[in-house]
Design a protein around this ligand. Structure first.
Ligand code: AMP
Length: 283
């Protein structure tokens, strides 16, 4: 497994693979890898000859510097897991090579960034879109894999890929969960035991809404209210938003259909968590 820190070096190694006719998959991550990330790597492995995993805690997408500092980092565990998964290249860019002094160009995706995470975390998607565009340029992949857990992020990446003309297939892997349903996240290690128990309510409340939808409740306001009521049973949960949106435009749906997506963001014991389900489907 190659460990690369320079975008130029990555680009030339990938070009070598391309000359040999090999296809390239990119899995962008911020590290502290867990089974959710591994499922993305597995999907990439099954679809391409060469798998590149990027590991970069991107300062540009954190609006709160303390959140950036506290973000978990475990380089040697990550490298070990990547090697075990048969990853070919770990790309851990040197920040000053990705964002050299004087760096002043960012990528702004409009429309799908205006709601949900975009409203709660101003500037977040500018950081995501910018780093992903730079990773796409450096790794020059045929395909890139993202997780459905970050539903809005996928919409942003799809828009960016199309608008900037990247010839890259965007694949989406389902959310991997703990046994009580909590979506795996690198941030979960920061939950204390009480908050960890409370955090399971996020998915439970989404599932209850899926069931209510399946048995005929289509009024979004009542479904949202039931999720809020469920979450309010724990004093450790501070709700940021609960919304039902159209899967393509991400605009609110007044009447919930099976294709609509129910999303939640909440701070649980000081840790911000997000989750989502398609109303008509078990994920
Ligand atoms: P992160 O390291 O949190 O930036 O995530 C890197 C990629 O892994 C993103 O595409 C995420 O959507 C995806 N991901 C994170 N958690 C999960 C999960 N529990 N299941 C599936 N994919 C995930």
């Amino acid at each position: 497994m190659d460990l690369i820190t320079s975008p130029d070096e990555l680009h030339s190694i990938v070009a070598g693979h391309r000359r040999h006719g090999r296809s390239i998959a990119l899995v962008p991550t911020m590290g502290a890898l867990h089974s959710g990330h591994l499922s993305l790597i597995e999907l990439a492995r099954s679809r391409a000859d060469v798998v590149v995993v990027s590991i970069f805690v991107n300062p540009l997408q954190f609006e709160d510097p303390r959140d950036f500092e506290r973000y978990p980092r475990c380089e040697s565990d990550d490298d070990h897991m990547c090697a075990e998964q048969g990853v070919d290249i770990v790309f851990r860019p040197e920040p000053s090579l990705l964002y050299p002094p004087g760096f002043a160009t960012t990528v702004d995706v409009s429309g799908v960034t205006q709601t949900l995470e975009g409203s709660s975390r101003p500037g977040h998607f500018r950081g995501v879109a910018t780093v992903v565009a730079k990773l796409f340029i450096a790794a020059d992949p045929d395909l890139a894999v993202f997780g459905a857990k970050d539903y809005q992020q996928v919409a942003v990446i799809r828009r960016l890929t199309e608008d900037l003309g990247f010839a890259i297939d965007i694949l989406v892997a389902p959310t991997v969960r703990e046994s009580d349903g909590l979506a795996m996240s690198s941030r979960n290690v920061r939950l204390d035991s009480e908050s960890r128990r409370a955090a399971a309510k996020l998915f439970q409340s989404l599932q209850a809404a899926q069931e209510a939808c399946a048995t005929g409740t289509t009024d979004s306001a009542s479904l949202i209210e039931s999720v809020i009521d469920h979450l309010r049973t724990s004093p450790l949960i501070e709700i940021d938003y609960v919304q039902i949106v159209d899967p393509h435009t991400l605009s609110p749906s007044a009447h919930a259909g099976p294709d609509d997506v129910l999303l939640v963001a909440a701070v649980v014991g000081g840790v911000r968590l997000i989750d989502n389900v398609v109303l008509g489907g078990a994920r």
